[in-house]
Design a binder for this molecule. Structure first.
Ligand SMILES: CC(C)(COP(=O)(O)OP(=O)(O)OC[C@H]1O[C@@H](n2cnc3c(N)ncnc32)[C@H](O)[C@@H]1OP(=O)(O)O)[C@@H](O)C(=O)NCCC(=O)NCCS
Length: 183
């Protein structure tokens, strides 16, 4: 059964970043960014435990290019608005219920603390809440991932609860941050 059928814009433009659909031509930049950022990524993201290979990059890029939203994730490349340089990834995921989307993000470690994740998550949040049928957006992050928690905090999400989740979160607990469409 399809729980969510959502169709966000192919590109979202902010002051410092442009989020856009992935293309196969992103493979080299994506591999390089993951390799350069792996020490930070692997702390929180199990998929970064092994060094990226052409195959592992394509196993993400292939489905991301083939399907964008609908009943699958809408994964965006984060690029700098002015240069177009690839600086990270983010996306909307339809896995938390029929009227809600979850946001995920990571940023190339050479570009941290410039507001890139915050602007990316803001663009995704606004786009998600404009979609028909979407009432709520969540950000899930490890209870100990203070850098990630800073993003929903800055955007005015509320910390709804902390739940056990040892599969995706190394500490064993996930913070669930929520924002809702005003009624
Ligand atoms: C989490 C992550 C995406 C943040 O990206 P970023 O672009 O550096 O974040 P921002 O610059 O938008 O920071 C937003 C706020 O988060 C907090 N924050 C970000 N990095 C932080 C750090 N290293 N330590 C403490 N707080 C931090 C701050 O409150 C910051 O606001 P400020 O700079 O005005 O003080 C990045 O650190 C990352 O890619 N980490 C590895 C992957 C990851 O953890 N992804 C999230 C999984 S849920």
């Amino acid at each position: 059964m399809v729980l969510v059928d959502f169709h966000p814009p192919d590109a979202l433009r902010g002051k410092i970043v442009t989020l856009r659909r992935y293309a196969f031509t992103d493979s080299a930049a994506l591999k390089q960014a993951i390799a350069a950022s792996r020490d930070r990524l692997r702390e929180w993201m199990p998929w970064a435990e092994s060094a990226p290979t052409d195959e592992s990059v394509m196993s993400f890029l292939g489905p991301s290019v083939a399907q964008f939203g609908g009943d699958a994730a809408a994964n965006y490349a984060i690029t700098l608005r002015d240069s177009g340089d690839f600086v990270g990834g983010c996306g909307l995921m339809p896995r938390i219920g029929p009227d809600a989307l979850e946001i995920g993000y990571w940023v190339h470690s050479a570009y941290h603390r410039r507001g890139i994740a915050t602007e990316s998550a803001r663009l995704l949040t606004n786009a998600a809440l404009e979609l028909p049928g979407i009432r709520k957006v969540e950000i899930h992050c490890d209870e100990r991932n203070g850098a990630s928690a800073g993003v929903p905090r800055k955007l005015g999400y509320r910390l709804d609860r902390i739940v056990p989740d040892a599969i995706e979160h190394p500490s064993g607990n996930a913070m669930i941050w929520i924002t809702e469409r005003p009624v």
